[in-house]
Design a binder for this molecule. Structure first.
Ligand code: KPL
Length: 296
């Protein structure tokens, strides 16, 4: 069995590591320089059923990239390229699976690693960091993966071990469409919850009805120009279902702002604006500036 190497030891990266090791699948965490010398040998994982266990994974640093067999990239979107370009010894055979939030990074990675099999994935698992070495799995979701370049097409077999560990994983030849669909949801929920400092479920309060409608229309219209066939009604139904399902969660953008971290606004709302062409997207634009003003 190959070893998974996870780049990005955030809440979701650690959750994947915990779920994979639970199935006895070999996992290593590829850590950044700032973790050298003070990354705990184990982290505590709190499962959905509140069961706690210590997760021990093998650790790697950039100079050990030559031995990486399969790389799962779970950093923030803005960290993907700097983190990957630090892996000078990564073999050109190693498949790279991009699992970060937002879009607009894959083309840069394809240019920087023209020979590596490249794949992208979307996941709706939820996770939260509760303490420095403590991660909580907050929601079981679906995971999809698919090819970004020709080389990536040969890696559909990665789906089966991921499905065993995560409860669900499927292969899609049209992963771009699934990325667009997730981006659409993030482009509505994330900046609104971050700017108003609210939980996802509060978006269903009457005071947000108008802005939710307008923003949904803007985002849906842009996704339609990118080839998405979902109707506005279907988009809104899917959006409302995610808001309900994650009602008590704080969105990742809300958490980033609250912890004074950069946000992924450039890869979510920025991506929508960039592809809007002549379509008016005033709410997107306003939220983009608002998030930037708040430090994101
Ligand atoms: O993916 C998310 C995020 O916070 O980034 C959602 C679906 C909005 C859940 O919080």
């Amino acid at each position: 069995m190959h070893e998974w190497t996870i780049l990005g030891a955030g809440a979701l990266g650690c959750t994947f590591a915990a779920l994979l090791t639970e199935q006895q699948q070999p996992v290593s965490l590829l850590l950044s320089e700032r973790h050298r010398g003070h990354f705990h040998p184990a982290f505590e994982f709190i499962a959905l059923n509140e069961r706690r266990r210590l997760v021990n994974t093998h650790r790697r640093f950039a100079e050990q990239a030559a031995g990486v067999e399969c790389l799962l990239v779970m950093t923030k979107a803005y960290q993907v390229l700097p983190a990957l370009t630090g892996l000078r010894d990564l073999s050109a055979d190693t498949p790279i699976l991009l699992l970060h939030n937002g879009m607009g990074v894959a083309d840069d990675v394809a240019r920087a690693f023209p020979h590596n099999p490249l794949l992208a994935g979307v996941t709706s698992h939820g996770a939260l960091r509760e303490g420095p070495w403590q991660v909580r799995h907050t929601g079981k979701g679906e995971t999809w993966l698919g090819p970004v370049n020709e080389g990536g097409r040969a890696f559909a077999h990665l789906q089966a071990p991921l499905a065993r560990a995560l409860g669900h994983a499927e292969w899609s030849e049209d992963i771009l469409s699934l990325q667009h669909r997730k981006l659409g949801i993030n482009a509505v929920i994330n900046p609104l919850t971050a700017c108003h400092r609210i939980r996802n479920g509060q978006l269903h309060e009457p005071r947000f009805a108008d802005v939710l409608t307008q923003l949904s229309e803007e985002v849906h219209a842009v996704l339609a120009t990118l080839g998405e066939t979902e109707t506005l009604e279907q988009f809104r139904r899917r959006l409302n279902a995610v808001i309900e399902l994650t009602a008590t969660n704080y969105s990742s953008m809300h958490q980033d702002l609250a912890h004074h971290r950069p946000t992924e606004i450039d890869y979510i709302t920025g991506y929508v604006q960039k592809h809007a062409g002549k379509l008016p997207v005033p709410v997107c634009r306003q939220l983009y500036h608002e998030v930037k003003k708040l430090g994101g």
